[in-house]
Design a protein around this ligand. Sequence first.
Ligand SMILES: Cc1cc2nc3c(=O)[nH]c(=O)nc-3n(C[C@H](O)[C@H](O)[C@H](O)COP(=O)(O)O)c2cc1C
Length: 171
Amino acid sequence: MQKKVDVEKALERKYPEQVVLVTTRNKQGKNNVMAVGWVTMASSEPVMFVLGIDEEAFTYQNILETKEFVVSFPSEKMAKETLFAGTVHGYNRDKIKESGLKIQDAETVKAPILVDAIANFECKLVEITKPGDCPLIVGQVECAWENTNKKLKRLYTVGKNHKLAGVRIKK
Ligand SMILES: Cc1cc2nc3c(=O)[nH]c(=O)nc-3n(C[C@H](O)[C@H](O)[C@H](O)COP(=O)(O)O)c2cc1C
């Protein structure tokens, strides 16, 4: 049975929602990382991701400036770092150093990949559109990496107020 409710109330039932970390490096060479839940694939050939990123985010400014970024899938072990990346702006902070996230050079973009993530996707900006109140950033994947540890579980937002946890897939 369905009960009609406010949109906000029904949205409380959307979890689990995937979360990714987006890294950027601006022209001054400063690395940054932010958490993004509004993400999905936008194309399979070529592979593209679309991310909803607020204009106020340092990441948004960096993507406008450099036209590139990395989409990284955090593992369930990265919940603390993901929450930090998603609750502090990087304008005056070095979130990668402060969180202890390990980084490695990417191949096709200047933004770093995250060593302990499950997978990393180097992306070049294709376009930014704004159908509602949030800019949608479309990026084409130029290079991809996966963690050699196949047992890692991806991190998801499993409830309101950034409740993060690993979601296990039953085999
Ligand atoms: C789990 C989680 C998911 C988030 N999803 C988004 C999102 O989809 N879009 C967005 O603009 N901000 C999102 N945020 C908030 C940003 O990560 C946050 O504003 C961050 O401080 C921006 O960092 P920056 O200014 O260094 O780029 C999310 C935060 C968390 C914890």
